[in-house]
Write a protein that binds this ligand. Structure first.
Ligand SMILES: *Cc1c(COP(=O)(O)O)cnc(C)c1O
Length: 225
């Protein structure tokens, strides 16, 4: 369905522009990560034909055959879901960024398996939901320091998955909090942390208003899963 992808992309781009302008932001400062979990290689190729170049997968096991078939050459892949320590060996040469680093133990396991640099976001469980992945805000400083100390990991910012709510307005404080955690961490470390990965299909206009630099969109582009 290339037409529907094209139409969806048009709506997404228009929405990003409108939300960015409302917040006096440059729409060009917002990067789209097309989330391709459950999406076939064929449809990913259609997305590439539509100009998309950055894809997010949330499970290593599902991502491996897709990345190996499409290749890491023309497109960038980000891991956006929980990374188990026993899967760190699959990151090298496939994923340009791991958005879901949420514990120091993962830093210790991942870094020695890399021979070239990989960008990292620390995933923060801002709402402190018990069943959710992501670092608690209190643990963020130590994890961020561990990433910075690792030889091949480059800390670029923070990521969060907002709680499921009925009214997207309710997640605005979560996005604000992630941005202030980013500002605090940047100040503590004395380095810029440019990336804020926040906003999914149900809440991305608000994420753009609150400073998102990366949106992770699945259903908005590819339809319901
Ligand atoms: C599935 C997923 C998304 C995209 O969700 P949509 O609601 O389909 O936009 C974003 N981030 C993560 C971590 C995901 O697992």
């Amino acid at each position: 369905m290339p037409e529907s992808l094209r139409a969806n992309l048009e709506v997404v781009r228009q929405t990003i522009t409108t939300s960015a302008e409302r917040a006096n932001r440059d729409p060009g400062a917002v990067t789209l990560v097309a989330v391709t979990k459950t999406v076939s290689v064929e449809r990913i190729r259609e997305a590439i034909a539509e100009g998309l170049r950055l894809f997010g997968e949330n499970r290593v096991q599902e991502a491996l055959p897709k990345i190996d078939e499409i290749g890491p050459a023309d497109v960038d892949w980000h891991l956006i879901g929980h990374l188990q320590t026993n899967k760190v060996k699959f990151i090298e040469g496939r994923f340009r960024m791991v958005q879901s680093v949420d514990r120091s133990g993962l830093v210790d396991a991942l870094d020695p398996r890399l021979s070239s640099p990989v960008d990292v976001l620390v995933e923060v469980n801002v709402a402190e939901e018990p069943q959710k992945t992501g670092a608690l805000p209190a643990d963020l400083p130590a994890i961020a320091r561990a990433v910075v100390a690792a030889a091949r990991l480059r800390l670029r910012g923070l990521m969060t998955i907002a709680p499921m709510v009925s009214d997207p307005e309710q997640v605005r404080p979560i996005f604000r909090r992630l941005r202030s955690l980013r500002d605090e961490t940047s100040q503590q470390l004395g380095m810029p942390l440019p990336e804020l990965s926040m906003g999914m299909t149900d809440d991305y206009p608000i994420a753009v208003e609150e400073g998102a630099t990366m949106l992770r969109l699945g259903r908005a582009l590819f339809g319901s899963r």
